[in-house]
Design a protein around this ligand. Structure first.
Ligand SMILES: Nc1ncnc2c1ncn2[C@@H]1O[C@H](COP(=O)(O)OP(=O)(O)OP(=O)(O)O)[C@@H](O)[C@H]1O
Ligand SMILES: [Mg+2]
Length: 251
């Protein structure tokens, strides 16, 4: 089943065509890698899918529904979520609070809602806290739950990003360089977590510069260059593709 379809999508910033007539698909239950040199348009493509930007032209379809032009929160409600290339944790909130805030969409419960149904809100908060703690256990950050997020290492911040996305229960998760700058041990942990989550039914679309990660962990690989998709297929096919060898892997 097709989960995501990007069809003829372009986006320019001033004179720069960051994404140029991009067409690609993501199958449900797969791990799809997106590669390409710096400035190829990968992050911009993700930002188009998640609604940070609207395409100049083209269509983006998620679960048979057009989502291009929708505000990000409506897209997230439909089961899509994205991590940031640079983690954006709230530095002075605790690790646990960072996860909980992600699910609520804002720090603190709406005062009006609280007045209308204090008990219900409390229960929701309790459930959310339990779910957030479960997620921290899953990613191995339980012991740091009450630490301010600023105390985490770079790799731990990437893990926290993942928990902050998972708490929203997305079916398709866009990961912008999930293991960039992360030490090898923590990288392996993040990658096996992704594999486990895929087995439990999640779909991943990830940007990654590490070719070992891309070619060993992804079912399909899509290559962008100057805003365009120049190759796609199984890792072995993409690795041998002449255009990829020339433009990306350096001949
Ligand atoms: N908000 C913006 N305003 C102006 N130009 C932008 C903006 N976002 C991206 N660009 C430009 O669009 C092009 C694509 O950038 P993008 O960040 O999508 O590349 P990328 O493939 O993610 O690169 P990297 O691997 O370095 O993260 C670049 O030329 C970039 O400078
Ligand atoms: Mg990028």
């Amino acid at each position: 089943m097709l989960l995501l379809e990007v069809d003829g999508v372009s986006k320019s910033f001033g004179g720069i065509r960051a994404v140029d007539k991009c067409t690609l698909e993501v199958e449900a239950g797969s791990i799809v890698g997106l590669i390409g040199p710096n400035g190829a348009g990968k992050s911009t493509l993700f930002n188009l899918v998640i609604g940070t930007y609207s395409p100049d032209v083209g269509r983006i379809v998620f679960r048979d529904e057009r989502i291009d032009g929708m505000p990000p929160y409506e897209i997230v409600e439909r089961g899509l979520a994205k991590t940031f290339q640079i983690p954006r944790e709230f530095r002075s909130l605790t690790v646990l609070e960072n996860v909980m805030v992600s699910a609520r969409g804002e720090p603190g419960e709406s005062p009006v809602l609280s007045l209308l149904g204090l008990r219900r809100v409390w229960r929701r908060e309790e459930e959310l806290e339990r779910k957030s703690r479960d997620l921290l256990a899953l990613i191995g950050l339980s012991e740091l739950a009450d630490e301010p997020a600023r105390n985490l290492s770079g790799g731990q911040k990437k893990l926290l990003e993942l928990a902050r996305v998972l708490v929203m229960d997305p079916s398709l998760i866009l990961l912008d360089e999930p293991v960039a700058g992360v030490n090898p041990t923590l990288s392996l942990k993040i990658l096996s977590l992704i594999e486990d989550l895929r087995k439990s039914g999640k779909t991943f679309f990830l940007i990654e510069h590490d070719m070992n990660v891309v070619f060993n962990r992804c079912d399909r690989v899509i290559v962008m260059h100057q805003g365009r998709v120049i190759a796609e297929g199984k890792p072995a096919e993409v690795r041998a593709h002449p255009a990829v060898l020339e433009s990306y892997l350096g001949g």
